[in-house]
Design a protein around this ligand. Structure first.
Ligand code: 13P
Ligand code: SF4
Length: 327
């Protein structure tokens, strides 16, 4: 066992023997039943993983599913903060993540000690934190939000109460514009959404004049302003399904296109290019750390496991529960 923990510390997962010649998908199915496990996956992971998951969703739907499942084990195919949120909501279940190194640049842009100092400077403010944060940051928060419910959560705070919003400045500024609420906003961002190229998007629009531009609210203002629709991953998926346009330029992680293609047959999706990325693909490398082999390994070994200190867990539960109650 000690070696396994060492391997996880060094690599983030337990490597499967390269010569192992098995049908990984079938074995995952078997292990899942044997262990009464549920596989939850985010829209940004590879399509082949989304296809074998029991439930695919945006971060709000995944949190709701984690809170309500009666499985004994949750396999979270996403990133660390999502699995941590599942553990906070279901502390008696074993929560595992295929690669422990699947982090989030946005969560990393908000260290809890610095956030605590920031809150102290505005001690009469209600603290709203985006779900893309560590459990320690959530423990300092009054209400958590996701991109699907941020407007509802901000509007739920009485008008005479001042608000701190963290850590995403783009989402914070967007919500501030659409609600008319002034907020003190933490200066964090996601390295994927913050880097979309306006020039690249407008070039694509020139080449496809009938295409609609759709964007996640983690994108900066200049991208949001040229977009026909702004919403969470599930909001974007629903929009393209309902909208009459045939072609969409998609300014979010391109993993989401898998579900769009499934639900909107005959429509075309063009991933928006990133500013500097060599492949111009705007993939989230943390989400893409997940693979079928790692998923098999984590179910087999029940590792890497997500654990959250009891005191932090209890404090972090309250703002997440407050969000779920309002959603
Ligand atoms: P959603 O809440 O829209 O699923 O987004 C999660 C995320 O990590 C966006 O980068
Ligand atoms: Fe985090 Fe950005 Fe990846 Fe979403 S896309 S998980 S915000 S790094």
């Amino acid at each position: 066992m000690l070696n396994k923990f060492k391997e996880i510390k060094e690599k983030g997962f337990i490597e499967i023997n390269k010569n192992l010649d098995i049908d990984f998908k079938k074995e995952i199915e078997k292990l899942k039943i044997e262990k009464n496990a549920i596989i939850l996956a985010h829209y940004y992971v590879d399509g082949e993983i989304q296809d074998i998951a029991d439930f695919v969703g945006d971060s709000l739907a995944l949190a709701q599913k984690a809170a309500s499942t009666d499985a004994d084990m949750i396999v979270f195919v996403g990133v660390h903060f999502m699995a941590e949120t599942a553990k906070i909501l279901s502390p008696n279940k074993k929560v595992i993540l295929p690669d422990f190194n699947a982090g989030c640049s946005l969560a990393d842009s908000c260290p809890d000690d610095k956030f605590e100092e920031f809150i102290k400077l505005h001690s009469d403010h209600t603290v709203i934190s985006y779900v893309n944060t560590t459990a320690k940051v959530k423990a300092l928060t009054d209400i958590v939000c996701t991109s699907s419910n941020a407007k509802i959560i901000v509007n739920s705070v009485p008008k005479d109460k001042k608000i701190i919003f963290g850590p995403d400045r783009n989402l914070g500024n967007y919500i501030s514009r659409i609600t008319g609420r002034e907020m003190v906003i933490w200066d964090g961002a996601c390295h994927v959404h913050n880097e979309f190229s306006l020039e690249g998007i407008l070039d694509l629009k020139k080449q496809n004049p009938d295409a609609k531009i759709i964007a996640h609210p983690e994108c900066p203002k200049q991208i949001v302003l040229v977009s026909d629709y702004v919403g969470s991953t599930s909001g974007l998926i629903n929009f393209v399904k309902e909208d009459k346009a045939k072609t969409f330029i998609v300014a979010t992680e391109p993993g989401v296109i898998h579900e769009m293609q499934k639900l909107s047959v005959g429509k075309f999706f063009i991933p928006a290019p990133g500013e500097d990325s060599e492949c111009a693909c705007s993939e989230c490398e943390f989400m893409k750390l997940n693979s079928i082999k790692k998923l098999y390994s984590c179910l087999l070994h029940e590792l890497p496991e997500i654990k959250v200190d009891k005191e932090i867990r209890e404090r972090a539960y309250k703002p997440i529960k407050a969000m779920l109650d309002l959603s």
